[in-house]
Structure formats: structure tokens, C-alpha cells
Design a protein around this ligand. Sequence first.
Ligand code: NDP
Length: 452
Amino acid sequence: MSNFNSMKKIINQFLSKVSARNQNEPEFMQAVTEVAENVIPYIVKKDIYYGQNILLRMVEPERVTSFRVAWIDDKEEIQVNRGYRVQMNSAIGPYKGGLRFHPSVNLSILKFLAFEQIFKNSLTTLPMGGGKGGSDFNPKGKSDTEVMRFCQSFMSELFRHIGPNNDVPAGDIGVGAREIGYLFGQYKRLRNEFTGVLTGKGISWGGSLIRPEATGYGVVYFTVQMLNHIGESIKGKSVVISGSGNVAQFAAEKCIQLGAKVLSLSDSSGYIYDSDGLNEEKLDYIKLLKNINRARISEFIKKYPKTTYSPNSKPWNIPCSIALPCATQNELLLEDAKLLKKNNCICVGEGANMPTTPEAVEYFKLNSILFAPGKASNAGGVAVSGLEMAQNSLRYNWSREEVDSRLKNIMSEIHHSCLKYGTEKTEVDYVKGANIAGFVKVADAMLAQGVV
Ligand code: NDP
């Protein structure tokens, strides 16, 4: 049997074992498969890791909590949702990872996100383990008081399982500044202590400057690093972005600041296309629509009629040099990747977690299109969450410039780690680089801590 075939056999045996134990969890298996394909060939060559079943230990969450969240809506009817916290790995620090409120939330999605978070957090250079949580609650269309009642009920159970030294959640889809406020208020009331138990807090009550911007800015800093590495620059390049939430808004803002032309943003109903490119004034209007009015992005064209709106479609057919998928998992498929290539796209940076399907990732690789996986390119959010934790412990706030400069350095360190483990002849496999670099630090800590 050739080396390639025997390696394939080892990987398949591992995946069969994991899949037998995690049936009906397609997103989780998708994330595990990608990591296994990169990391197992590395483990096999390293005596210290070989035979330790380290990856098998990493795919098993340390703890999974699922709980009832009952609350009363504005019509005084009782509603019931399901809440979760997946505490995946604490080898290098307290569990850290966001909470997602979206009707699609289930254990498969949270386990995939928590698993990715292990590697992402390790890449940041900061001491944070991996976790993720959330609920199938849909904040869309709910009043502020309904969201508050839900958050209070959710935290009334979650508070037993988290704390500033063991598990520090943050936001994710459907959990922004408003939800973090309600969650923090309820935690503080139940515990009677003011601690850094959540990140993404408001500036006047323990938050960090640049945290709202961090994921989107970080994606663009990483994209700039990738472009610079091949002698290109972002200035003047056209950029297509999906999503119009936290990550998409600040990715667009940084692109505009650096002189790129942002052609689109989207939401789950459709996308807008602005051939002149969005500017700061238009972006402010998007922020107003999405964050304050909680409206659909289609409203944008009423104020800016030169822009077009395409319902029920994604923006990947717009010719561009750079694509930044910043909405949700599996939103960029093989056919979208082919369209991007046809239109001369040279670089894709994931702002969302796993937005690109494995077939599309493979297509980018085969066609030499620069591709950054979210665990590397969107790590800026959790990195600044780590900086928020550090500031909470110091009981001191750093300036905007200080945090932004630390964020830039961290993104540059992550890029460097990807080059170290992912450079193949003249090209860089950023997926492989991120997976192996993220793995090494956690695996070493697990080895040192024994079989636990
Ligand atoms: P938000 O809730 O702020 O925004 C999500 C955006 O994605 C909205 O525009 C939403 O549209 C769109 N969207 C959500 N679900 C779908 C779907 N099924 N199909 C199409 N569009 C969809 O979330 P964030 O910006 O915080 O998160 C976006 C992505 O980035 C997620 O994958 C998240 O895990 C990842 N991420 C976020 C970090 C953060 O710091 N916030 C950190 C690292 C990663 P609509 O309004 O119609 O629902």
C-alpha cells in the first residue's frame, strides 16, 4: 500500500470512530474531518504525539450542558427554548467562545463551533480554551423586553456553569451589545459580584475599546498580510462581503479605511450591490438599519436608489478581487467558488466560521486562490476578548490605539504561524498551517497535564 493510501486509511478509521459516536452531527463532522486530514499526517511523524490519542481526546467535549429556558412573551404566553454550553477544551486556559441565538442552533453546530474555537484561541497566543453555547431562540421580531426576559431566564441556569476563571462567554450571531448587557446584569444579580464573566461588555462597565470592531478589522488585517505576502496590496481592490452584522460591518469599515472598494453586503433575505462602492456615510446608514432599527438590508435602496437589491440570492456573482464571507456556515459553495474564479477573484478571507464548504476550499486551493480559514482570519474577535479579560483583571482600560495595535500584532503572529506550518514550495496552505499551529500548543499542554 502506498504511503498516501495508508495515511488515508488511518484518517478514515479515525473519522469512522468519531462519526459512530456523533451521529447526525454533520457540521461537527465537517469541522473534525478538515482538522483530521491536516493533523493526523503530522501526528504520525512526531514521536511525542503518536500513540497518545490526542486528537480523539480533543474531539470529545470535556462537558456539554443542555437546559430548559422558559420565558413569558409580550402576549403573556409561555415559551420554551433550549439552551446549551459546550465546554470543549480547557488545556491552555478557561473555556472561551461566543453564545449564538438563532433558530438553527443545535448540538452539531455548537460542537463544530466549540471545536474550531480550540484551534482559533490557541492561534491567538493568549491563554484561552475552547467553548461555545447558545440557544434556538430567535431574537428577530422580538421586543426588547422579550429579549431581556429570555436572556434573564437563560442566564438563570447558565450562571452555575461559567465564571471569570473557568468559562467566559461572548457574543456571536444574534448576541450583540444588547444581549450581553441583559446577560451580564442577570449574572451580576445572581452572583452578587462584578467580574469579567462575559466579554463584549459596554465600555462603561468593563468592556474593551475595539472589541466591537475586532473580528471585522482582524479579518482585513489578515487579508492584508496574505496579499502583502504575494506582493499585492488591498488599496484600490474591489471587495464583496456577505452578511451585514457585526463582523461584516467592521470588515467593510476597515476595507474602506484602507482604500478598497466595498461592493456589497447582505442578510439572510438578499444582497445589495453598490457599483460606486460603499463609503462611511452609507455604512453608518447600514449600522443604523441593522443595529438600531433592526430592519432588513433591502431598506437601504430606499435611501440610496442607485444601489440594487437582489432578493433570495448571495453576492458571489459580483466581479471582485477579494471575497469576505461574513454571514454564516456553508454559505459559499463550489459553484460560488467557480464564479469567483471566473471573475478573477484572487483572495478569500473567512469572517464567519466555516462559511466555505470543503469542495469550495479544495477548489480555491487547486486554483491558487489565497484562502484564509476563519479559525485564523476571524480570530481577532476572541483575541480582543482575551485582551478585555486581561484589562478586567488589571482593573484598567487600554486606549483604542493600544488595543488596535495589539490586535494588529496578534493577526500578524497568526499569519506567521500559518506560514510556519503551511508553506508548501512557493504557496501557503493556510488551512493546514492554522490547523497544525493551533494543534501543537494545545497538544503539548494536554501531554503535560496527563490523561484527564
Ligand atoms: P450577527 O448576528 O451580527 O450578523 C449575522 C449576519 O449574517 C446577519 O447579516 C444575518 O442576516 C446573516 N445571516 C445569519 N444567518 C444566515 C443565514 N442562514 N443565511 C444568510 N445570512 C445569514 O453575527 P456576527 O456578525 O457576529 O457573526 C457572523 C459570523 O461571524 C458567524 O459565523 C459567527 O460565528 C462569526 N464570528 C463572529 C465573531 C464575533 O465577534 N461576533 C467572532 C468570530 C466569528 P439576518 O439579519 O437576515 O439574520
